[in-house]
Design a protein around this ligand. Structure first.
Ligand code: GTP
Length: 246
C-alpha cells in the first residue's frame, strides 16, 4: 500500500487536488482510497474512506471547551494523538493500493506539531509514503514568495522525514509568462535575477535551496487535471521505482 499525503498552506488546493486525483486514479482503474485528517473541515467534495472527524471534530471541541477557532484547532490536532492507535487501526483496515491523505488547512498544524510526524510514520508502517507539497502558483509567481514557499516546503520535508514532491497548484490562475518564469526558476535559472538585489545571507540561502531541489515543482491545475500525468509519473518513480502498481 502507498500513502500519498497532501500538505500546503491554507487554501493552496489540497482538498480539491485529493478529490480530482482520486477520480483521475479511479478512471485508470487504480485501487484508491481517501483519508480526511482535517478535524476542522466543514464540507468535503469527496466521500472519505476514513474521516478523522469521527474521532475529533474541531467544532465540537470549540463548543465543549469554550475555545476560539485557532486554539480549538490546535487542541483538536493534538487530541488526535490520544486516538492514534484507533486511527491507525481504522486506516490500516482500508483495502487499497493508494491511500490519499488530505491534511489540515494550516500546514503548521500538521507538520510542526507531533501529529504530522506521528501519523506520517505510524500510519504508514512498512508501506511507502510520499508527501505532495502544494505551492499556490498564484502566490509563487512573485519571486520572493516563491522562495518563501520553497523554504516552507523544505522545512516540512525536514520535519516529516519522508520523500516529498513539490507541486505548483492552480496554474490556470496565472499567465503564460508567469508560468514560464516559474518553470525556469524550477530549473534553477533566472531566479536570482528575478529576486533583484538581496543581501549575502539571502543569496546563500537561495543558492542552497535551488541546489537542493531534487525535482522541479510540477505545474498542476486540478479542475482540468493538467499536470496529473506528470505528477503520477513522479509518484510512481518515488514510490515504486517506476513500476505501475494498479
Ligand atoms: P484548506 O484545507 O481549507 O486550507 O484549503 P485547501 O488547501 O484544501 O484548498 P481547497 O481545495 O479547499 O481550495 C481552495 C480554493 O481554491 C477553492 O475555492 C478551490 O475551488 C480553489 N482551487 C483549488 N485548486 C484549484 C485550481 O487548480 N485552480 C483554480 N482556479 N482554483 C482551485
Amino acid at each position: 500500500m502507498y500513502y500519498v499525503f497532501f500538505t500546503g498552506t491554507a487554501g493552496s488546493g489540497k482538498t480539491t487536488m485529493v478529490k480530482e486525483f482520486q477520480e483521475y486514479l479511479l478512471d485508470q482503474e487504480m485501487d484508491v482510497a481517501v483519508v480526511n485528517m482535517d478535524p476542522a473541515v466543514e464540507r468535503l467534495p469527496y466521500t472519505p474512506d476514513f474521516d478523522v472527524r469521527d474521532y475529533v471534530d474541531a467544532m465540537e471541541v470549540m463548543e465543549r471547551y469554550g475555545l476560539g477557532p485557532n486554539s480549538s484547532l490546535i487542541v483538536s490536532v493534538d487530541l488526535l494523538l490520544t486516538k492514534a492507535t484507533e486511527i491507525k487501526n481504522d486506516i490500516g483496515n482500508i483495502e487499497a493500493n493508494y491511500v490519499l491523505v488530505d491534511t489540515p488547512g494550516q500546514v503548521e498544524l500538521f507538520a510542526y506539531r507531533d501529529t504530522g510526524r506521528t501519523f506520517s510514520s505510524l500510519l504508514v508502517g512498512d508501506s511507502k509514503s510520499v508527501n505532495v507539497f502544494l505551492l499556490d502558483a498564484f502566490l509563487a509567481r512573485d519571486a520572493r514568495s516563491y522562495v518563501s514557499l520553497l523554504l516552507l516546503s523544505s522545512s516540512v520535508r525536514f520535519k516529516l522525514g519522508i520523500p516529498q514532491l513539490n507541486v505548483l497548484s492552480k496554474i490556470d490562475l496565472i499567465s503564460k509568462d508567469e508560468l514560464n518564469n516559474l518553470l525556469e526558476w524550477g530549473q534553477g535559472e533566472g531566479l536570482m535575477d528575478s529576486l533583484g538585489v538581496i543581501d549575502d545571507y539571502s543569496f546563500e540561502l537561495v543558492k542552497t535551496l535551488v541546489e537542493s531541489l531534487e525535482v522541479p515543482p510540477i505545474p498542476v491545475s486540478s479542475p482540468s487535471r493538467q499536470g496529473f500525468d506528470e505528477l503520477y509519473a513522479e509518484l510512481q518513480r518515488v514510490l515504486a521505482g517506476g513500476e505501475d502498481y494498479a
